[in-house]
Design a protein around this ligand. Structure first.
Ligand code: GRG
Length: 295
């Protein structure tokens, strides 16, 4: 493992340990806990919590204060995958290398597992607002950033636009759908990580630009992997976009151009963090790994 991989693992392990603890808490109906835990334990890259923790550390934050927000954003992401996989949406059989939540538990329980993860995320974040030593305004700001990225001004609207667009649409619509559906939550991860640290305007601006660029790089790469990725490595079926006649980057721009667009976005992401100098090296490598990923 190189230094970057070790650091990634450190953030990931920290977030997973706490996530599993939240899910073992008292008072959750057994079936609900089982379905929520199934999808959380199925794995995943934990990219959003890693981004949140790394952005927080970039501004000298306290990892213990950031950790509940990192777990909350992973819960929200996991809920979105469970709901996206449902027959009414993408109708997928595999996710994170195992049968999708509704394949394993049936539809009603998968819907509730998603609902449970979403609302638990907000319970966890708002609990932090009442705790010392985290300053209440900072916790509320971070929770608000995550709500904005996840909801009607972000991911949920993007998903709705995507579902409504079918196989028709312009380049501009494609970019807008992805900015909301995928980009908004990735951007919220880095923004929430730094608003916990009371950033200057310049710092906030730099990190938001980074968040925008990695969101685009991530989605372009996701579309490319759906065409050329290995289903075994990805833990899910490929060719889904083609089957569902989705508007994608390779479909609009072709594979070669899509690959170079992803590279350009990674360069933009790295450039936006220049003000932080070498302190930003982990986030820069993370941007590169987003476009080089195989899963
Ligand atoms: C249902 C409100 C609602 C939203 C769904 C996330 C999403 C919006 C749809 C998922 C469909 C999809 C494949 C989108 C492409 C980008 C994406 C979010 C991929 C999965 O995220 P990863 O690669 O997954 O970070 P892991 O499993 O590694 O966490």
């Amino acid at each position: 493992m190189n230094g970057f991989e070790e650091k990634y693992k450190e953030y990931k392990d920290k977030a997973e340990k706490r996530l599993y603890r939240y899910l073992s808490g008292e008072g959750i109906h057994d079936s609900l806990r089982e379905a929520m835990s199934y999808s959380i334990h199925a794995g995943g890259k934990r990219l959003r919590p890693v981004l949140l923790l790394a952005a927080n550390e970039l501004l000298g934050g306290d990892a213990n204060e950031a950790l509940p927000f990192a777990c909350a954003i992973e819960m929200i992401h996991t809920y979105s995958l469970i709901h996206d996989d449902l027959p009414a949406m993408d109708d997928d059989d595999y996710r994170r290398g195992v049968p999708t939540c509704h394949r394993q538990f049936g539809e009603w329980l998968a819907i509730l597992a998603g609902d449970g993860l979403l609302s638990y995320a907000f319970e966890i974040m708002l609990d932090e607002a009442g705790k010392a030593p985290l300053k209440i305004p900072a916790a509320l700001k971070a929770a608000r950033v995550i709500a904005f990225g996840a909801g009607v001004h972000g991911m949920v609207s993007g998903q709705c636009a995507d579902m409504a667009s079918g196989n028709e649409g312009s380049q501009q619509e494609l970019v807008n759908i992805h900015r909301l559906k995928t980009g908004a939550l990735l951007k919220a991860a880095v923004e929430a990580g730094i608003v916990l640290c009371d950033p200057s305007e310049n710092e906030l601006d730099a990190v938001l630009k980074y968040g925008d660029a990695i969101g685009m790089a991530f989605q372009i790469t996701d579309d490319i992997l759906d065409v050329i990725g290995d289903p075994q490595m990805m833990g899910k079926s490929t060719g889904i976009d083609e089957r569902n006649e989705k508007l994608t980057y390779p479909k609009i721009f072709g594979l070669e151009r899509s690959l170079s667009m992803a590279k350009e976005k990674v360069e933009q992401a790295a450039g936006s963090l220049a003000i932080f100098g070498s302190k930003a090296s982990f986030l820069i490598e993370l941007a590169q790994s987003i476009s080089n990923r195989q899963s």
